[in-house]
Ligand binder design. Structure first.
Ligand SMILES: CC(C)(COP(=O)(O)OP(=O)(O)OC[C@H]1O[C@@H](n2cnc3c(N)ncnc32)[C@H](O)[C@@H]1OP(=O)(O)O)[C@@H](O)C(=O)NCCC(=O)NCCS
Length: 231
């Protein structure tokens, strides 16, 4: 596909001195992030980048070609870096390593789709993604690198720790607390005030009626720990 994509040029609504945004990660989640960044019209240009050589020159979105990391050294500064990798540990690791190496001139940038409902009293750390039709309620606090995916709800007074992922359609009741690096699977529900521990996973479609400890995988309705058979 070679047709140019109008939104890839400086959008009319972007301020003249708006920085360039690099979406790092050219998988499916990168596509979602680049799409949201383009729709937001907050950047003078949106670029895509990935370490995987086999992706260089391919199109993440129509007209948006994937660059090699070396290209980042040529960018006018300051520029925004948004690491768009769905896996929490990889996203955090890549952000750290890029900011130490290829992306020293960059700042970690959040991307907010214009159709995300973000309360003015909520606070976002750097590097977050709020996808289309998600809701982030009043006084919610989101740490660095958090993903709130399509149609997910993070209700009032919730806290979501750094590099956690609230997957599409997941629902957090008011004042729920999600630990750093946790994954709330697609369509799951966490009742108000409950806590999901650091690096824990609440499976797709699960309904949590109790707190989840750190580093556990729970699934089902009601959610229970998944125990693996010894190998
Ligand atoms: C919960 C989850 C992490 C478990 O993954 P896993 O540790 O690899 O577990 P397995 O696939 O080996 O399944 C283990 C057992 O749990 C069951 N199970 C797995 N996921 C389940 C779920 N979401 N709900 C109910 N049961 C589930 C399996 O059927 C299996 O049961 P069995 O032992 O009786 O056969 C995973 O299935 C999941 O739901 N991930 C969330 C994915 C997601 O929403 N990603 C967002 C992308 S944007």
């Amino acid at each position: 596909m070679t047709a140019s994509f109008p939104s890839l040029r400086a959008p009319a609504a972007a301020p003249g001195d708006a920085p360039v945004l690099v979406v790092f990660g050219a998988g499916g989640h990168g596509r979602v992030a680049a799409d949201a960044a383009l729709a937001s019209r907050a950047w003078s240009a949106v670029l895509a980048c990935d370490r995987r050589e086999q992706l260089w020159g391919s199109e993440l979105l129509p007209g948006l070609r994937v660059l090699a990391p070396g290209a980042l050294r040529e960018l006018p500064r300051p520029w925004g870096l948004h690491v768009a990798i769905g896996d929490n540990a990889s996203r955090r690791r890549e952000a750290r390593s890029l900011l130490l190496d290829e992306a020293r001139a960059a700042f970690l940038a959040s991307v907010v789709h214009p159709l995300a409902a973000l309360s003015p009293s909520a606070q976002l750390g750097p590097g977050c993604l709020l996808a289309a039709h998600c809701v982030v309620g009043p006084l919610a606090l989101l740490g660095e690198g958090v993903i709130v995916n399509h149609t997910a709800v993070v209700d009032h007074d919730c806290t979501v720790g750094a590099w956690a992922h609230v997957a599409p359609g997941a629902r957090l009741g008011g004042a729920a607390r999600v630990g750093a690096g946790a994954l709330l699977g697609s369509g799951c529900s966490l009742l108000p005030g409950l806590r999901v521990g650091d690096n824990s996973v609440l499976g797709a479609g699960a309904v949590a009626l109790r707190d989840l400890p750190d580093s556990e995988r729970w699934a089902g309705v009601p959610a229970r720990p998944l125990h693996r058979a010894p190998v």
